[in-house]
Design a protein around this ligand. Structure first.
Ligand SMILES: *Cc1c(COP(=O)(O)O)cnc(C)c1O
Length: 248
């Protein structure tokens, strides 16, 4: 079997890789001040069998960033999976996204229009709880990355809290830039933005989680206060689109 075939095959050692990531998170527990760090397994483009293997090893939080893919995969996995939507969301897809009964959180709210669309979509379902959302912040300044601009975060967060009663603001998310330093700038910015949101909403920062850190930088993210890391390729193998391998 060639390396390419192996990457996408159910025999890719998902469980070994998952356990390795868990151990790396655990090893940092002394820096976490008693915080629990959630691991979200980002499974975009990966076949359901690989997700099921991670599920069987105890993984419950999964992240996807295409609405259609999430909607198709959700019924193929057990109903107690907690789905995180982490992709950019067009407001006309809010309704179908929200139709996934075990959608746990939408981490990628980056404009009022998206927040409003989610709020209205939830109002039309029979969900009896608010839908958890995070505000995504563009901390890298790269136009290709989504997220609101730092400096607009508090206003958007306030909009969610005051105008979208069917949504519950639980924190902030960022992707960040490629940065191998011990204290990536993006993560400093997200911490600052959380301070600004906490001040504006008169909340404690403990009530606002940070979702930051991916395969390449989740350890730095934990040291810098992340509550939730989103790890994809390190668990499931590199992603392929056509013949092109996409990392990160
Ligand atoms: C793909 C993706 C991840 C996971 O990235 P890896 O580098 O594969 O760990 C995390 N967060 C978001 C928003 C993503 O789109």
């Amino acid at each position: 079997m060639g390396a390419d075939a192996k990457q996408d095959s159910p025999t890719h050692d998902v469980v070994g890789a998952l356990n390795c990531v868990r151990e790396r998170i655990e090893a940092l527990s002394s820096t976490q001040n008693g915080r629990r760090v959630d691991l979200v397994a980002v499974s975009k483009t990966k076949p359901p069998e690989l997700l099921q293997a991670a599920y069987d090893a105890g993984q419950r939080h999964f992240g996807e960033n295409y609405v259609q893919e999430l909607v198709q995969k959700a019924p193929l996995l057990p109903p107690d999976v907690k789905w995180h939507f982490v992709g950019s969301l067009q407001s006309n897809k809010a309704k179908i996204l929200v139709s996934v009964p075990n959608l746990f959180v939408v981490e990628s709210v980056d404009r009022k229009k998206t927040a409003t669309a989610l709020h209205k979509a939830v109002a039309k379902t029979d969900r009896n709880e608010k839908l958890k959302v995070m505000v995504q912040v563009n901390t890298s300044g790269e136009e290709s990355k989504s997220g609101c601009q730092p400096g607009q975060t508090a206003e958007l967060a306030e909009f969610v809290v005051k105008e979208c009663e069917h949504l519950e603001l639980v924190g902030l998310m960022t992707i960040g830039a490629f940065d191998t330093s011990d204290e990536p700038e993006a993560f400093k910015i997200l911490n600052k933005e959380r301070d600004a949101v906490a001040t504006r909403l008169n909340r404690s920062i403990k009530e606002l989680q940070l979702s930051m850190g991916m395969s390449g930088d989740f350890e730095a993210a934990i040291r810098m206060g992340s509550d939730s890391v989103r790890v994809g390729s390190t668990i499931f193998g590199a992603r392929e689109y056509g013949n092109k391998v996409i990392q990160g």
